[in-house]
Design a protein around this ligand. Structure first.
Ligand SMILES: N[C@@H](CCC(=O)N[C@@H](CS)C(=O)NCC(=O)O)C(=O)O
Length: 212
């Protein structure tokens, strides 16, 4: 199995965690976003969307981190990252999508580059945009946990799921932009618990071979 990944990509980070949790050996194929390798013909032949991650499994190419994680969960043994109970499954998917569909796309590299160029923003302007969507998104993440009351050590009680694979990389991103995460203690407690697990720790950006 080969994962096209960039060390700082949070969507790739989600899949790296899932692969580690499942105990699946994988080959590392680095795609540098700062060098624009994801926009070049070589990688576009792999994923026409020009985004990481992409996972090659037995000659088949899979894209979209949540779809990849669900696929891995369905075809590989190991801890179940998607619960069997329909309501719990909906809860885990909703939490994952809150991050992957509502927060992450607002702050993706191409979005930041576009607003910077088009609206002539300086770094502080871009950071302001970034922090706005983090604050709004993390408030939703915190409120969702407190309202649903299904969390424990992890997003779903004491069972590591796809939702945790999404939560941890988003916290890393927010920390990189020096966002204040003190208002989200439930989120941060789960983050701390996850980071005690080697599957999460080994997937973090600075432990990747392509980390600068
Ligand atoms: N929804 C996609 C998002 C993939 C994505 O946006 N990846 C980012 C890195 S985290 C990327 O390749 N960005 C390149 C760009 O924005 O130019 C997924 O979950 O896999």
């Amino acid at each position: 199995m080969k994962l096209y990944t960039f060390f700082r990509s949070s969507a790739s980070f989600r899949v790296r965690i899932a692969l580690n949790l499942k105990g699946i050996a994988w080959e590392h194929a680095a795609v540098s976003l700062p060098k624009g390798e994801h926009t070049q013909a070589g990688f576009k032949a792999v994923n026409p969307q020009g985004l990481v991650p992409a996972l090659e499994d037995g000659g088949t190419l899979l894209t979209q981190s949540l779809a990849i994680i669900e696929y891995l969960d369905e075809v590989h043994p190991g801890p179940k990252l998607i619960p069997a109970d329909p309501l719990e499954r909906a809860y885990v998917r909703a939490y994952s999508q809150l991050i992957a569909c509502e927060i992450h796309p607002m702050n993706n590299l191409r979005v930041l580059k576009y607003i910077k160029r088009t609206y002539k923003l300086d770094d502080e302007g871009v950071n302001g945009w970034y922090r706005h969507w983090i604050a709004e998104g993390f408030a939703s993440m915190e409120a969702y946990l407190l309202n649903e009351k299904r969390h424990g050590r992890y997003v779903l009680r004491d069972q590591v799921t796809m939702a945790d694979c999404c939560l941890v990389p988003q916290v890393f991103n927010a920390q990189r932009y020096e966002c204040d995460l003190n208002p989200y203690p439930a989120v941060m407690r789960i983050f701390d618990e996850c980071m005690k697990l080697e599957a999460f720790a080994a997937a973090q950006p600075m432990r990747q071979p392509d980390a600068a």
